[in-house]
Design a protein around this ligand. Structure first.
Ligand code: KIV
Length: 276
């Protein structure tokens, strides 16, 4: 196992990402662990320690049960193993929607204890004031509009937004308010293409789409989805690997080798040294 501290660290900065508006597409993926962050770092501009970690790694039904401690632990692992990508850590449900002072204390903990460069918040109607509070106090923020997974208990399900035009105004207004509050980028999740393009035109900061068409300034996917770790993935995911079936095949081969006493072989065995 290599030491992650050996290579020089030169990460992309929040102004560098903000300057990519309308330019070279921003490449983003989620990362939760050190080995995965080490692999993704070279190809990605931004690694998001998403609260999707609760569903992907911890088997939760949605992101509502994710805690600040979980985000900090995964954020630390990703920071240790990456050196080039900007790292953003999600603020979990219940850590920023109340008083801005409490949101600041929680966001400051994330930055101090992980070393990450920014936090992400789902920007419902009341959140822009908190974004401004954080940014004015030195905490860079990524907003998140459209389908907001932390609002699943209000919405009743994860449902794409903006297929009917009467949903557009609120999403555009939230994106505008998020940018005006000082967010340096905005994740746009699960919206119809025409709405994604409207949002991207409406704000001066880069939009990062997930299930939001090619009309955004960058793209993000949940890494485990695009690597084929799950049987089912949403329509917007493109699978670049089939890790679940590869792992199942590898584990099956290992199990039959152990049962047939083919593993370990001599090459995989330590032998006592002959006495001198
Ligand atoms: O938690 C997460 O992984 C996210 C992405 C879906 C953008 O917020």
């Amino acid at each position: 196992m290599s030491s992650h501290r050996e290579a020089a660290i030169r990460r992309l900065t929040t102004p560098e990402i903000a300057a990519r508006k309308g330019g070279e597409p921003i490449v983003c993926l989620t990362a939760y662990t050190a080995p995965m962050a080490e692999i993704l770092d070279e190809a990605c501009d931004l690694l998001l320690v998403g609260d999707s970690v609760g569903m992907v790694l911890h088997g939760l039904p949605n992101t509502v049960g994710v805690t600040l401690e979980m985000m900090i632990l995964h954020g630390q692992a990703v920071m240790r193993a990456s050196r080039r990508a900007l790292v953003v850590v999600d603020m979990p449900f219940g850590t920023y929607e109340g008083a801005p002072e409490a949101a600041y204390a929680n966001a400051a903990r994330i930055l101090k204890e992980t070393g990450c460069q920014a936090v992400k918040v789902e920007a419902g109607p009341t959140v822009p004031a908190t974004i401004a509070y954080l940014v004015q106090r030195g905490i860079p923020v990524v907003g998140h509009v459209g389908l907001r997974p932390q609002a699943v208990n209000v919405d009743g399900a994860f449902r794409a937004k903006g297929r009917c035009e009467d949903e557009w105004a609120s999403v555009i207004a939230e994106a505008r308010a998020t940018a005006e509050a000082g967010a340096f980028s905005i994740v746009v999740e699960g919206v119809a293409e025409a709405l994604a393009r409207e949002v991207t035109t409406a704000v001066p900061v880069p939009t990062i789409g997930i299930g939001a068409s090619a009309g955004c300034d960058g793209q993000i996917l949940v890494t485990d989805d695009m690597l084929g770790m799950f049987e089912w993935t949403p329509k917007f995911v493109r699978r670049y690997a089939s890790l679940k079936s590869d792992i199942a095949a590898a584990v099956g081969a290992y199990a039959s080798d152990v049962r047939a006493r083919r593993f370990p072989a001599k090459a995989e065995t330590y032998f006592a040294k002959a006495k001198a």
